[in-house]
Design a protein around this ligand. Sequence first.
Ligand code: CO
Length: 211
Amino acid sequence: MYSIDKLLLENKAWAAEKTADDPEYFERLAHLQTPEFLWIGCSDSRVPANEITGTQPGEIFVHRNIANMVIHTDVNLLSVLEYAVVHLKVKHVIVCGHYGCGGIKASMGNHDYKQVLNMWLRNIKDVYRLYQEELDAIPDLELRADRLTELNVKEQVMHLAKTSIIQRAWFHEQRPQLHGWVYGLKDGIINPVFDMGSDTKIESLYAYDDL
Ligand code: CO
């Protein structure tokens, strides 16, 4: 384990190494941010967006929360989404869950995590309810959690499509593509499970007419 001082020492070593490799590295990054991707991932420390996709600082705009949720009253998530889509003009938005997700497992149980976590996990329970028949039919709890992880990612991608932010960008600029992925902690492989693009027909109840 790293002590807090070790983190700062490692940071100095990293910065020195980067500068030695490429003297203009920080100068260049400081002036320009043009990521093509927005990543909405789980806060889990084992799923670092840049590392598992082989991307560098400057390439992915990142938002993370417990179980990679897209909640339509979450001002933090919506601000990140709006900035990434409207101002950075990202081409892709990726919701990336992961097998073995603690948030997903917690949502399947009955433990009282007290109010704030209960409130957050409640959103995942609501996803379970939508697919209850399919999920209840999977006897192995591990496999059931894995399937809920996939279905949750799909639901969160659909939540993105229900925002006027995405609908407006689709209508005017035919971007971004939305992707639902699930990362495997055991093998490091990303499983793409669901996609949506600007040609998607939005359920009429959620479609905005003043785009
Ligand atoms: Co997780």
